[in-house]
Ligand binder design. Structure first.
Ligand code: NI
Length: 188
């Protein structure tokens, strides 16, 4: 197992649609192991293939809810259904999210309150999770990554400018930037 470098916004793979996983091999299993290790080292609650330079439709997640229940797994070739959009303005305290590919920054974004995630696991066994609240947010965030969308791409007008500024002052927004959890102190 290995902690992998996490690519930073500007790298083309982060802004392109990922391809379906077709080969369920030992290599895929090793890749998912590395993704878990990288996510934990970051630390983060989710990590998608494109963030480590793998343009495949998969993400891992690891999150403990308010009832102390652990939600942890790998979602391969996922589909996501969203409840109706929430109207209003994103709240800085309630709705701020971050991304390991925009490390150290957080900006508020409204997300659907409920989602249904359908995917297969490493053994190609289909599973479905009905998620609410923060878990629903995690799934929306990671699913976006597979379509080449970062949360900063979705920000309201108010937050768009500060995000663009942060990306610029980080020296990001161009290819070739990455950070290594445990080595570079850029935790999101
Ligand atoms: Ni992210």
């Amino acid at each position: 197992m290995a902690v992998l470098p996490i690519l930073i916004t500007g790298e083309p793979v982060l802004h392109s649609r990922a391809l379906p996983v077709t080969d369920f091999t030992e290599d895929l299993k090793n890749l998912v192991d590395d993704m878990f290790e990288t996510m934990e080292a970051a630390p983060g609650v989710g990590l998608a293939g494109p963030q480590i330079g793998v343009a495949l439709q998969l993400f891992v997640y690891n999150w403990v809810d308010d009832d102390n229940r652990l939600w942890r797994g790998a979602a391969i070739n996922p589909e996501l259904w969203l409840s109706s959009p929430v109207l209003g303005e994103a709240d800085e305290d309630e709705d701020s999210e971050g991304c390991l590919s925009v490390p150290g920054e957080r900006f508020p974004l409204l997300r659907a309150e409920r989602v249904i995630l359908r995917a297969v696991d490493l053994n190609q066994v289909p599973f479905e999770i009905v998620a609410e609240g923060w878990l629903a947010r995690i799934f929306q965030h990671e699913f976006d990554h597979l379509n080449g969308v970062l949360y900063v791409d979705r920000l309201e007008q108010t937050w768009h400018k500060p995000a663009a500024k942060a990306i610029k002052s980080g020296g990001w927004g161009m290819p070739g930037k990455s950070w290594l959890p445990g080595v570079d102190d850029l935790d999101a």
